[in-house]
Design a protein around this ligand. Structure first.
Ligand SMILES: NC(=O)c1ccc[n+]([C@@H]2O[C@H](COP(=O)([O-])OP(=O)(O)OC[C@H]3O[C@@H](n4cnc5c(N)ncnc54)[C@H](OP(=O)(O)O)[C@@H]3O)[C@@H](O)[C@H]2O)c1
Length: 313
């Protein structure tokens, strides 16, 4: 099963492998809890099971995430890469977009990528006109197949869409935080606007950074890295999500799937949504790929919607 990015972008699997943790020491502890061997094996398993769409960014591990993908990919392997441009105050000309892309392609060791995204909205010194036009130029040059944004509101998405349309390029994607316990994109009109514009939603942190796997409970185990500071991982935080975890387990038992697979399947069932599941190990990639190839019933999708209503705001 494949899905196109936007109305006329490349076709990809609706499960994307997130590679923020590949090389990142600041948030994820790369190099101490897990390292090169695990992420190399994770890449191999992704190839074996056919999840060949990867999300990275120039800032992940300060370029190391892109560089690792570049090391792992073999020539002529059918891999789709999405990376991201980081808007920053010192980047205020169209040339900085082109230079950043050149550097990303070099680390990735490819001449062209499927999707190039603006990591967050920021138009202090570079206007959205300059930025979108620079991206449209790269589509025409053939270095990127499709243009995406990330963390854009409904209004910002519309604006980007309009500017690109004047160049005959369609905005393909908006990458935003979306999971059963972070459903704000539904109440803020982002999901509806994306449907309206034919923009595909790339859901990041779809497992709520591990919470929806059910492995973190009020009784046991602390997460590693910066998540220790996140109140959702505290005893109280974990208690609050128990009803959601319990339904994920119940539906998982029925379908012989894990809570993580059910949580990802629910996102994909929204239609027009691709889940970007972060994975550090081959086992996690293998398990998350099991979110594909089956479907929750409409009734089960509605049950999960109901239990997660408190997380709409
Ligand atoms: N555009 C943006 O601003 C933005 C922001 C954040 C993320 N992203 C993208 O979205 C991707 C995913 O987001 P995320 O990493 O924040 O959150 P996530 O996908 O919700 O969670 C990933 C973490 O959950 C745990 N995990 C994953 N699969 C598991 C499984 N099957 N069983 C048990 N544990 C599992 C792992 O951590 P442990 O094993 O340590 O628990 C893993 O690092 C990132 O890699 C990145 O590509 C983009």
């Amino acid at each position: 099963m494949e899905i196109t990015l936007g109305q006329d972008g490349p076709a990809v699997t609706p499960l994307c492998i997130g590679t923020w943790a590949w090389g990142d020491k600041i948030f994820w502890n790369y190099g101490s809890d897990y390292g090169l061997n695990q992420v190399r094996e994770a890449f191999k398993v992704a190839m074996d099971v056919g999840t060949t769409f990867f999300d990275t960014a120039e800032i992940y591990g300060f370029g190391l995430s892109e560089d690792l993908l570049g090391q792992f990919m073999q020539p002529n392997q059918p891999v789709q890469i999405a990376t991201k441009y980081a808007p920053a105050p010192w980047r205020f000309t169209a040339q900085s977009v082109s230079d950043a892309l050149t550097a990303s392609l070099k680390r990735l060791r490819v001449e062209q990528i499927s999707l190039y995204q603006v990591h967050w909205p920021f138009s202090f010194l570079m206007s959205q006109e300059t930025l979108m036009n620079a991206l449209a130029d790269e589509v025409k040059r053939g270095r990127i197949t499709a243009v995406g944004v990330s963390n854009y509101s409904a209004a910002e998405m519309r604006q980007a869409h309009q500017i690109l349309a004047t160049r005959g390029v369609r905005l393909a994607t908006n990458q935003v935080r979306y999971s059963l316990i972070t459903r704000q994109i539904e109440s803020q009109g982002i999901l509806d606007t994306a449907r309206d514009l034919g923009v595909t939603i790339l859901a990041y942190s779809p497992l709520a950074q591990g919470l929806l796997t059910g492995k973190y409970t009020a009784e046991n185990s602390e997460p590693t890295g910066a998540r220790r500071l996140d109140s959702r991982f505290s005893k109280d935080g974990l208690k609050k999500i128990e009803p959601v975890i319990s339904l994920l387990r119940q539906l998982g038992e029925k379908h012989e799937r894990t809570p993580a697979q059910v949580a990802l399947n629910w996102l994909i069932a929204q239609g027009n949504v691709i889940a970007i599941a972060g994975a550090k190990t081959p086992e996690q990639v293998r398990q998350n790929a099991g979110a594909l190839g089956w479907r929750l019933s409409d009734k089960e999708v509605a049950q999960l919607k109901q239990v997660s209503r408190p997380w709409l705001q």
